[in-house]
Ligand binder design. Structure first.
Ligand SMILES: NC(=O)c1ccc[n+]([C@@H]2O[C@H](COP(=O)([O-])OP(=O)(O)OC[C@H]3O[C@@H](n4cnc5c(N)ncnc54)[C@H](OP(=O)(O)O)[C@@H]3O)[C@@H](O)[C@H]2O)c1
Length: 273
């Protein structure tokens, strides 16, 4: 799998998301198996958060990485309401327990909340000194937030980015590229919705003997410093997602996609889900 450097570590450009995992006990085994299959296929970056199923997703991840911890690059996120000097270390300890590990590779502020950024950063830096986290970063930050943060220690910004939501290409993406800061694209296959039914995406997929979701992923990760983190529990989806990293889109594909999903021609509000 194609890799890039994130937080000083080589990681695959396609990882695995975990939102909605751990919500339904009867899906438990299937979810663990999906993540393990993904790791086996090279999608060793796993993105989770204390928010997902209120810790339930982290427990699924903890089970999935049993015996595989060293192969995995683990990303988790702290709730903004826990992002205080005292709250961050407590939240991190709870996440570590659920993940059944003694360190998180990359710990993110899920979105901006009531605590000053300096306070959260100070708490992150302390966790880093203690070896509880490898690096830290943010999520759902627009350019003005990144400029206010103004920290070269921030390893990534995780934002909504897919063919249908290209707003960051106007400013945030070029800004991040200039800082050589990888962006983690969430909802990369548009949550499995309309994007995958689009006629042009389907036509391009047919031409490549691929699927629409693979086109959506290949479109994202063809760019430098972009990581996609699709969530998939169907084993077939997991396999297809891992293979998408090898798909090469041609200039005619990109031009056709630009017609249906135009590049932004001005500032757009940062999209979030
Ligand atoms: N930082 C943030 O605020 C934030 C917000 C949202 C998401 N995220 C992270 O980003 C991850 C991805 O976003 P997401 O889960 O919202 O959306 P997504 O990955 O775009 O879409 C997930 C949906 O697409 C389906 N799917 C996956 N691969 C497919 C394929 N190859 N073909 C057809 N369908 C496919 C999945 O189905 P099955 O599960 O049935 O296979 C699931 O229903 C999350 O899981 C989470 O880790 C972060």
């Amino acid at each position: 799998m194609k890799t890039l450097e994130l937080a000083g570590v080589s990681v695959p450009v396609i990882g695995q998301g975990t939102w909605r995992l751990g919500e339904e006990p009867s899906h438990h085994k299937k979810e663990v198996a999906a993540l393990r299959l993904g790791i086996e296929l090279g999608m060793t970056l796993i993105d989770t958060a204390e928010m997902y199923a209120e810790g339930g997703a982290e427990k699924i991840v903890g089970e999935a990485i049993t015996g595989l911890r060293d192969q995995v690059f683990l990303v988790s996120k702290v709730y903004p309401h826990n992002a205080s000097r005292k709250g961050v270390p407590l939240a991190c300890e709870r996440s570590l327990r659920r993940l059944d590990t003694d360190y998180i590779d990359l710990y993110l502020l899920h979105w901006r909340g009531q605590y000053p950024l300096e306070e959260t950063v100070e708490a992150f830096e302390r966790l880093r000194e203690e070896g509880k986290i490898g690096r830290w970063g943010v999520s759902n930050f627009d350019v003005d937030d990144m400029e206010e943060l103004a920290s070269p220690a921030c390893a990534t910004n995780q934002v909504l980015y897919n063919l249908q939501e290209r707003g960051i290409e106007f400013d945030l993406l070029p800004w991040s590229q200039r800082q050589h800061m990888p962006i983690m694209a969430y909802c990369p296959v548009g949550q499995g919705g309309h994007l995958l039914k689009d006629h042009t995406v389907q036509q391009i997929a047919e031409r490549h003997r691929a699927t629409p979701a693979q086109i959506a992923l290949a479109w994202l990760v063809r760019q430098d410093n972009v990581i996609a983190i699709p969530k998939a529990t169907q084993p077939e989806h997991v396999r297809l997602n891992a293979e998408a990293a090898n798909l090469q889109l041609e200039s005619q594909d990109l031009a056709a996609l630009d017609l249906v999903f135009p590049k932004p021609d001005g500032k757009q509000r940062l999209a979030m889900v």
